[in-house]
Write a protein that binds this ligand. Structure first.
Ligand SMILES: C[S@@+](CC[C@H](N)C(=O)[O-])C[C@H]1O[C@@H](n2cnc3c(N)ncnc32)[C@H](O)[C@@H]1O
Length: 247
């Protein structure tokens, strides 16, 4: 069966699941159908899939694709929310200390990182322990009221000139009919492509929001980019011996 027909079939099946009030099954089929739009871009079908998602209270973004390469550092990397696919651990292996609040998420992760169950709002490391901290689509999983504490903790455990690297997605203000937001992602690493989807309760966020948090936590913004609905920030902990021209 060609993909286009398969997509239509999946949407029809999802419609039946919605009628039968089985939203979980419907979401799985819609997610599968959305993944196929990459091979056969069909605007009408894509819109129909997003519409069906909204009928079950899910705000689903179009699939986002980003390229990731190993982080250039000779030091240790602290990865916040490093369970799940464990992407930073896949990229930088044994240099990574992956912390996650969920033991289950860490246990499922396959990479060479050191894995520790820990809350990002209460890091158990001494000050100035890491050269780099990363958060790859993890802050969206942490309630907004805890974000400033996470930034302050990251600032504390970073060495002077240390970098905090953030990859996140823009979540617009949504009406109350939505209860969750899903981001289908294609993460292109040097040796593999990881296809995944991150789903969270709706909480509005954009690059401006994170830049304001960074400034509150005393970080300096060294670099940033936007790509479709995703964005990246590179923040620096400026130390007393930092030479700004070296950044
Ligand atoms: C979906 S993952 C992000 C993707 C992940 N970085 C990867 O490489 O696949 C988000 C993670 O953040 C974790 N998390 C949520 N709240 C946290 C917190 N307060 N401290 C540490 N980790 C947390 C979740 O358990 C989840 O595993």
């Amino acid at each position: 069966m060609i993909n286009n027909e398969r997509m239509r079939k999946l949407i029809e099946e999802a419609e039946c699941d919605i009628e039968a009030d089985d939203h979980e099954k419907a979401a799985q089929k819609l997610f599968q159908a959305l993944g196929m739009t990459k091979q056969i871009p069909d605007k009408d079908l894509s819109n129909k899939i997003l519409q069906k998602f909204s009928e079950i209270g899910i705000f689903c973004l179009m699939p986002q694709s980003i390229e990731l390469t190993p982080i250039a550092t000779d030091g240790l990397i602290l990865d916040i929310g490093g369970g799940g696919e464990g992407i930073i651990g896949k990229l930088n292996g044994k240099r990574v200390v992956a912390i996650d609040i969920s033991e289950r998420e860490l246990a499922e992760t396959q990479n060479e990182a050191m894995k520790v169950v820990m809350d990002a709002t209460d890091l158990k490391f001494l000050p100035n322990s890491f050269d780099v901290c990363t958060s790859l689509f993890s802050l969206m999983y942490i309630p907004k009221k805890k974000h400033l504490k996470v930034f302050e903790e990251v600032y504390r455990v970073l060495r002077d000139n240390g970098r905090f690297l953030i990859w996140e997605v823009r979540i617009p203000r949504l009406d109350e009919s939505y209860n969750s937001c899903v981001v289908p992602l294609e993460l292109r690493l040097p040796n593999e492509t990881v296809e995944t989807g991150y789903g969270v309760e709706v909480q509005t966020q954009d690059i401006k929001y994170f830049k304001e948090l960074a400034q509150k936590a005393k970080f300096t913004i060294a670099n940033e980019w936007n790509k479709d609905e995703t964005f990246h920030l590179q923040l620096i902990k400026i130390g007393t011996k930092t030479n700004l021209s070296d950044l």
